[in-house]
Design a protein around this ligand. Structure first.
Ligand SMILES: [Zn+2]
Length: 388
């Protein structure tokens, strides 16, 4: 059974809408002249089509023709102007868009368009798709494309492995189509490898591990409170959480059920083994909030740790404070008790590169927190009890 032989019965507007046919374009013109009204009405129209007709009404074209009385006034959805149809499709969720791809080849071609999926990608994944994640995905796609273009590149055995892997990867809709009863055989070849839809489906299905940073790693392990470490993560749609693998020296660390609130994107210029260039040390004053790189030994990757600039030992913190003029700056980590060896460290404003030792660890680059959002994110992670 080929998709092309499926009926267009889905494409027929419900009877209640038929009376609108003559005034349809005028009606839409009015809607679009009022942005809010237009969006609401087109959204209602889209939902009406999806919900009232339903995808179970798919039937053979011949069967449908028999069921539709001659002369009955129906309006095929695909006869709508492109702009109107686009407006309807833009209101559909990823799941609904996927379901529409099962209807016919024409709708399939429209529903896999990048411009429809870019909005969904930005809405759900934009916050975590930092430069590092985007670079990783592009590299992944380039590898797949290269293997498709050059089948003789690999040996016969590895080439077979590549092809089976591609065949598996080209079924991006299993997570979606199960909700709508779409034929999986029909939906297995819909998205091209370099499409936004394929990217989205790989993120949603958890197939794509991508770089991100995790606050309070290892589920708030006491040794990592108020820190943020690089990891590779993947999504679990069943729990709406993530699985994380940390790059660590010596032991392999992983974690499940990482919530969205504990994640932020990785930046290419913040590789976990590169020393961050500190350009804010001269301007730091008591009370400023910052992040600083720290690692246990030089073999470990850096994590970012939250801190607050404190006063020098000989300052009472009152109006006579001159700490901001001193060549040294006190970095405080108030999640630790005052007598903890982790509570404070002192950096030289001019000469700081990386300081520390094997017993207390190494302090690297510093960046001053610039936005209220950054500060409030850290404060939400504050431990219930002061750490030793
Ligand atoms: Zn002071």
């Amino acid at each position: 059974m080929s998709l092309s032989s499926l009926s267009f019965s889905l494409l027929l507007l419900p009877h209640s809408l038929l009376s609108m046919e003559n005034k349809f374009l005028d009606f839409l013109s009015f809607c679009f002249s009022n942005t809010i009204c237009g969006l609401l009405m087109v959204s209602c129209l889209a939902r009406s089509i999806i919900n009232r007709i339903g995808f179970r009404t798919l039937a053979w074209r011949k069967e449908t023709k028999k069921k539709i009385p001659q002369g009955e006034n129906k309006m095929p959805l695909l006869d709508l102007p492109d702009l109107t149809l686009d407006c309807i499709l833009e209101k559909l969720s990823p799941s609904e868009l996927c379901a529409m791809t099962c209807v016919c080849s024409e709708l399939r071609d429209k529903c896999v368009s990048d411009h429809l999926w870019e909005k969904h990608m930005e809405k759900k994944w934009g916050r975590l798709m930092g430069d590092a994640a985007i670079k990783e995905w592009k590299s992944h796609v380039a590898t797949l494309m290269q293997c498709l273009r050059d089948p003789n590149r690999s040996s016969r055995r590895s080439n077979t492995q590549w092809r089976s892997r591609l065949a598996a990867n080209l079924k991006p809709f299993s997570w979606l189509s199960s909700n709508h009863g779409c034929d999986q055989r029909g939906s297995s070849y819909l998205a091209t490898i370099d499409s936004v839809m394929y990217w989205y489906s790989n993120l949603e299905s958890g197939k794509f591990w991508f770089p991100a940073q995790v606050y309070n790693r290892e589920n708030g392990h006491v040794g990592f409170m108020m820190s943020c470490y690089d990891a590779k993560i993947r999504y679990d749609s069943k729990t709406d959480t993530f699985q994380a693998r940390y790059s660590a020296h010596g032991r392999r660390a992983a974690e499940e059920n990482v919530t969205w609130q504990r994640l932020r994107p990785s930046l290419i210029d913040a590789e976990s083994r590169d020393l961050h260039v500190s350009d804010c040390l001269q301007e730091l004053r008591p009370g400023d909030q910052f992040e600083i790189q720290w690692r246990r030994t030089k073999e470990f990757p850096y994590g970012w740790w939250f801190g607050i600039v404190g006063h020098l030992q000989n300052c009472d913190g009152e109006e006579s404070c001159r700490c901001h003029l001193d060549e040294n700056v006190v970095m405080e980590f108030r999640q630790f008790r005052p007598d903890s060896p982790w509570r404070t460290t002192v950096l030289n404003r001019k000469e700081h590169r990386e300081t520390g030792n094997e017993s207390n660890g190494f302090y690297g680059g510093v960046k001053k927190l610039a936005t209220e959002e950054e500060v409030s994110t850290w404060k939400q992670l504050w431990p219930a009890q002061v750490l030793q």
